[in-house]
Design a protein around this ligand. Sequence first.
Ligand code: G3P
Length: 218
Amino acid sequence: MKFFVDTADVGEIRELAETGLLDGVTTNPTLIAKSGRDVFEVLEEICGIVDGPVSGEVTAMDAEGMIREGEKLSKIAKNLTVKLPLTFEGIKACSHLSKQGIMTNVTLCFSPAQAILAAKAGATFISPFVGRLDDIGQDGMQLIRDICTIYSQYDAIKTEVLVASVRSPMHIVEAGKVGAHVATIPAKVIKQLFKHPLTDSGLEAFLKDWESTGQSIA
Ligand code: G3P
């Protein structure tokens, strides 16, 4: 499973890139606003940090406007992926940009039917939001299972399932069980993935015993 980090904070991206685990980055208008930076400037910096896809989202509501913004964003770097909302206009823009060979990420997907539309429009990624469905008492992971099942019926579908709105390590484990291609994860949750109390207590005991030997490997 590929790991993208869901942030526009370049400090977080640089720190995680050092682990060698980072395959890409996703942003959205909320995350750009949170960064307090110019959208073009921050996306260009992020595209320089990671080699993989970096999603930058359009904000126009009509397909023409989305295409104009998408073409402008795509000039930032080769790895810039144009993020489009799952609306009638967004799907129209996705078909157009995909035909131009521009990478696309269709976002705000909440149903398997919507995911079928994105695949038909040639989206590079579909972003189903698991956490926001869980928040309203629905089963977010069931949406991932359904989309993975549907996409796997067709060799022609190349769209990758990008699990978004991730809230906890369990979302990652469950996404892995059904073979989701990518998860975009907040930096905090990526760090939680490393954690296990038995790792901490085991390491503490090893170090204590090692100290008693008086030896050094350094
Ligand atoms: O960028 C899309 C996404 O992952 C949103 O997450 O936490 O705002 O629901 P969240």
